[in-house]
Ligand binder design. Structure first.
Ligand SMILES: Cc1ncc(COP(=O)(O)O)c(C=O)c1O
Length: 390
């Protein structure tokens, strides 16, 4: 017989989990909870059961499963941002005394983490020029990991990823890649021999410029454990709402990527023919740098690429950017809206700086009509000319 309780107690105990009454919806339930209620005392310390909500519940689990399918991974772990996924995966596998080889075209905040944090914990960081032949990388017996990004941030150099991964393995080292441009869809690092595939889901998987998250994926059981432990030991968690949003983005990823790729190539081809442009840095564009590697390894193009302009003053470049009305000026990418920025301020941090003969811009081609974007860019180039002639 149930004991009769007072109203305060009844209000605490009523309206709790829906139990078996959950209706079946297309997406997973947004299950929220720090506390997980266990069925009996024996379950409290049973490590095979979910005993606490930080590791993720229904929505986070559904997202991890879907990303494992996308990446061809045994396990995927979620992090509160793309940068956290990169730094988290590094912390999962590195220890004091290790050396890590990092591409010089790595996303700048990842570089800052390597320089400011890894070095403080006794890890030696060596940068390499992204087109270095794999056997000529600065390997040493202490090399534990090589970190790639292909194409690289801002200037879009490609690595021969399978060859670098194989060279690492031959030396008993691990390989890891920031595969945000490939979005887990256009390029499959794990099937090309890479040990850790990381991406900022914030970009293409989210697709709407409104959620932060990152993922790290692996096949090897030891690496899967290492990622799992890092997530637990550092206490990273993502919300059920954000995981749900990411899952929603994932449903339309292939459709959006096809459009981003198509439109970016239309705009890139047009830009290549403009008198103000020296070079287009888009590996999917025939004739562009590293196109052969892209063609060999990738199944499609993303919407982000670089443009080298003929020499122009900073004021003229700003006039171009300020004239754009369909391109927002901003730092992220991968969303449905087009964005532009000038890159020269960021390139100065590179160790092996390639000399470009003019200012470098980066364009994120969104889902707008590419013809409209081309007209917008033409107006921008006219503004650049007006200022340079004045
Ligand atoms: C190549 C690359 N990797 C990682 C990140 C980090 O993503 P998040 O902003 O989610 O930390 C970015 C963000 O711009 C990026 O461009």
């Amino acid at each position: 017989m149930t004991r009769r309780t007072r109203e305060e107690t009844r209000l605490i105990r009523t309206g709790m989990a829906a139990g078996g009454r959950l209706a079946k919806t297309v997406g997973p339930p947004i299950q929220k909870g720090s506390t997980v209620l266990l069925p009996d005392a024996a379950s409290l310390y049973d490590e095979t059961q979910v005993t606490y909500g930080r590791g993720g519940l229904a929505a986070q689990n559904a997202l991890m499963d879907a990303l494992a399918e996308l990446e061809g991974a045994k396990a995927v772990r979620l992090f509160p941002s793309g940068l956290a996924a990169l730094t988290g995966a590094l912390m999962a596998v590195l220890k004091a005394g290790d050396e890590v080889l990092v591409t010089d075209t790595i996303y700048k905040p990842t570089r800052r983490f390597c320089d400011n944090v890894l070095t403080r914990y006794g890890v030696v960081v060596r940068y390499f020029e992204p087109r270095t032949a794999p056997d000529a990388l600065p390997w040493s017996p202490a090399t534990r990991l090589v970190l790639m990004e292909s194409p690289g941030s801002l200037t879009f150099e490609m690595h021969d990823v399978p060859a670098v991964a194989a060279a690492a393995r031959a030396r008993g080292a691990l390989s890891m890649i920031d595969n945000t441009w490939g979005a887990g869809l256009l390029f499959k690092p794990l099937t090309h021999g890479v040990d850790l595939s990381v991406q900022a889901l914030t970009k293409y998987v989210g697709g709407h410029s409104d959620v932060f998250m990152g993922s790290a994926a692996a096949v090897d059981p030891d690496l899967c454990h290492a990622l799992d432990h890092a997530v637990w030991d550092f206490g990273w968690a993502v919300s059920a709402e954000d995981a749900y949003q990411m899952l929603r983005g994932l449903r339309t990823l292939p459709t959006r990527m096809a459009r981003h790729g198509d439109s970016s190539l239309k705009v890139a081809r047009w830009l290549r023919d403009q008198p103000e442009v020296l070079q287009v840095l888009h590996p999917a564009l025939p004739g562009a740098p590293d196109h052969d590697l892209w063609k060999r390894d990738f199944t499609g193009a993303a919407g982000l690429f670089g443009v080298v302009l003929k020499p122009a003053s900073e004021a003229a470049v700003h006039a171009l950017l300020d004239e754009l009305s369909l391109f927002g000026l901003g730092f992220s990418w991968g969303g449905f809206e087009s964005l532009a920025l000038d890159c020269d301020h960021q390139l100065v941090h590179r160790r092996f700086r390639q000399a470009y003969d003019g200012p470098v811009l980066r364009l994120n081609i969104g889902l707008e009509d590419p013809g409209d974007l081309i007209e917008d860019l033409r107006r921008g180039l006219d503004a650049l000319n007006r200022l340079d002639e004045a």
